[in-house]
Design a protein around this ligand. Structure first.
Ligand SMILES: [Zn+2]
Length: 378
């Protein structure tokens, strides 16, 4: 059950190159987590994920709790065995989905009461329950329940959410520590989540309060929800400046290809986003030359690979013309091939970022990406 986190190198921007060791493998940092909502990264098999070199994926607690249920997954040997994924898994707390998907939710100090978006059944998610579900799933990294608020948030609402998030984090930490003292060392790391909307002082306050609870890692939540990229970076920087150097830092729900290096430069070690998988299903390919909207008529007879500079198995084998045809014909393979390429592209960005940190030229990589993604494809 060995867990560890090491920073091997820090470059002048503040970017960190290191590794997160879990019982299910070593994950080089900084890394990107493909999102496997319901224990499946949509349109990719676990074989494909392994081929792509994904070392860790994210699964959504809310979805797995409602269907098929965490107790069933526990009975079947935990999430790794259930989905036949031998590498690392991070689960979120379920909070974000409750706040964004569930109906009739009511937040109290106790937790959040909601109706399932599947069948209308009523549930109560508390900080303890969110921790319990994730222990049943057996993920390597578990997130605490936090209060997610609508953006842009007025100050009084953001302030109240920080207070509640800290209180919930304290309860989740207590529950987790009690379970550990009862059952021996748990094969899971628990991370806290810093909130505070777009108020720098609230972000700092939230971070300081969570630091007292001594989490194994810290996430920054509630960003990239409509505010400018500049403001996302400013808030992230406020938080990372306060976080201990020897704990992993996770910026949740980001980002666009050209923004990833900016977050890494702020000292972020891990990120997740539905963008590469969701965009793929909507026929948007991320390439080294910018976005390619593959349904466009201009690609009808384009015999080039989706991305001429990509070494993924899709780009080695198929043409833009063929992918466009698959989307036009509504073939399932369209989503499969596009997702394969996009996930490869994101994981490759991370490889290039890690290499750039080694050579101390992350800023060059960052400006190259910004240039390509503002100008768009040639
Ligand atoms: Zn490719």
């Amino acid at each position: 059950m060995s867990f560890s986190f090491e920073v091997a190198r820090t470059d002048p921007t503040g970017a960190r190159r290191g590794r997160l060791t879990t019982p299910h493998g070593v994950v080089p940092t900084p890394f990107f987590l493909p999102v496997g909502t319901a224990a499946s990264v949509k349109a990719l098999t676990q074989d494909a994920l392994e081929e792509l070199g994904a070392e860790i994926i994210l699964a959504n607690t809310y979805h797995l709790y409602l269907r098929p249920g965490h107790e069933l997954i526990r009975k079947l040997g935990g999430l790794h065995r259930f989905m036949s994924w031998p590498r690392a898994i991070l689960t979120d707390s379920g909070g974000y989905q409750v706040f964004s998907l569930a109906e009739l939710r009511k937040v109290t100090d106790e937790g959040v009461r909601f109706r399932s978006h599947l069948d209308g059944s009523e549930h109560l998610l508390t900080p303890e329950k969110a921790a319990e579900i994730q222990l049943a799933l057996g993920s390597d990294v578990a997130m605490v329940l936090d209060e997610c608020i609508e953006a842009p948030a007025p100050r009084d609402i953001a302030e109240a959410a920080v207070k509640r998030t800290t209180e919930w984090a304290r309860r989740a930490r207590t529950y987790f520590t009690e379970q550990a003292s009862r059952n021996g060392q748990l094969p899971q790391w628990q991370f806290g989540i810093v909130q505070g909307a777009t108020f720098a002082d609230l972000r700092r306050q939230s971070a300081r309060q969570l630091l007292e609870l001594d989490f194994r890692g810290y996430a920054v939540g509630g960003l990239a929800v409509g505010e400018s990229h500049g403001l996302t970076c400013e808030m992230t920087g406020e938080v990372t400046a306060l976080l201990p150097r020897d704990r992993p830092r996770y910026l949740m729900g980001v980002g666009k290809p050209e923004q990833i290096a900016d977050y890494v430069a702020l000292g972020i070690d891990m990120m997740d986003c539905v963008l590469p998988t969701r965009a793929a299903r909507h026929a948007c390919l991320y390439t080294s030359e910018g976005r390619v909207l593959i349904k466009n008529a201009r690609y009808a007879d384009d015999q080039r690979p989706p991305d001429p500079n990509c070494s993924c198995s899709v780009c080695r084998r198929y043409t833009r013309a063929y992918l466009r045809h698959l989307f036009a014909a509504g073939e399932l393979t369209a989503a499969i091939l596009a997702t394969h390429h996009n996930v490869h592209f994101y994981l490759d960005i991370m490889r290039q970022i890690r290499e750039s940190i080694e050579f101390g030229n992350l800023l060059n990589f960052s400006s190259k990406m910004h240039a390509r993604y503002v100008v768009g494809p040639a």
